[in-house]
Design a protein around this ligand. Structure first.
Ligand code: C2E
Ligand code: MG
Length: 244
């Protein structure tokens, strides 16, 4: 019934403070219950085997909405672990790009670490075919849950005298290690969940390149993005004329 819709969360370049893209986040626009969070329906969609058409419908709507947007704006889309087991996933995504005339370079596909490593061969061929097309891949929720990085914090260090300051210090050390590794590999790091200026400043110091979170803006409708981009274009007209 067209009730699964995309919302768009702003992503900002932390060195220039410029809006560079949006993460596409699905919502169920329920006729009586209002906007429902993906945590409520994605697990069910996965279980009953409709996650692929659901995610693809949300991506298609996002690409459709983005047709008239500033061409410097990229879109990040989420792919569920179960979708990764579809050997045709890359082809399906590329077909969507063609259908909506959306440049591959402006698409970021977010996959979680754990889902990549459950079938390494399939994951490798997916990543290769997307990268060959120009699509960028992002490791979502990197370092949480599965990876040994998050386990690092669970080591049985005596916590009786670890103050909250020290916990912050531990987190900062892990973030610093991740951003240093990423910089060495020329991989940009996006920080999610930035809610206040103090955290933002800390993340910039620690080497994050892009950020998103409520500090920059909550997930918004396609119409709201259209208005935001129109306001932005009016405030700072781009140099040189643009067509299309
Ligand atoms: P995610 O990809 O890690 O997305 C980030 C989540 O953090 C989003 O939750 C977003 O609304 C929330 N968030 C953003 N900024 C802040 C902040 O400053 N503070 C806090 N506390 N939270 C913030 P959301 O929209 O509920 O999405 C939950 C998850 O559902 C996503 O996690 C993603 O894994 C999944 N998801 C969303 N849309 C889709 C979809 O179309 N397809 C698939 N397969 N998964 C989706
Ligand atoms: Mg994500």
């Amino acid at each position: 019934h067209g009730q699964f819709i995309p919302l768009f969360e702003p992503q900002v370049d932390l060195s220039t403070n410029r809006l560079v893209g949006f993460e596409v986040l699905a919502r169920w626009d329920h006729p009586t219950r209002g906007l429902l969070s993906p945590d409520l329906f994605i697990p069910v969609a996965e279980e009953i085997g409709v996650i692929a058409p659901l995610s693809e419908s949300v991506i298609a709507q996002a690409l459709e909405a983005a047709r008239g947007w500033d061409p410097s704006i990229s879109l990040s889309v989420n792919i569920s672990p179960t979708q990764l087991s579809d050997p045709w996933l890359a082809q399906r995504l590329v077909r969507l790009l063609t259908e909506y005339n959306f440049p591959a370079e402006r698409l970021v596909v977010e996959v979680t670490e754990s889902s990549l490593f459950s079938d390494l061969d399939l994951a490798r061929s997916l990543v290769l075919s997307l990268k060959n097309q120009g699509v960028r891949i992002a490791l979502d929720d990197f370092g949480t849950g599965f990876s040994s990085l998050s386990q690092l914090r669970l080591l049985p260090i005596d916590r009786s005298f670890v103050s909250s300051v020290d916990k912050d210090r531990e987190s900062a050390a892990i973030i610093k290690a991740v951003t240093t590794l990423a910089q060495a590999l020329s991989v940009p790091v996006t920080v999610e969940g930035l809610e206040d200026a103090a955290t933002l400043d800390r993340m910039v110091v620690l080497g994050a390149s892009t950020g998103q979170g409520w500090y920059f803006g909550k997930p918004m409708s396609a119409e709201a993005v259209g208005e935001l981009l129109a306001r932005r274009a009016a405030e700072a007209p781009p140099s040189g004329r643009r067509t299309g």
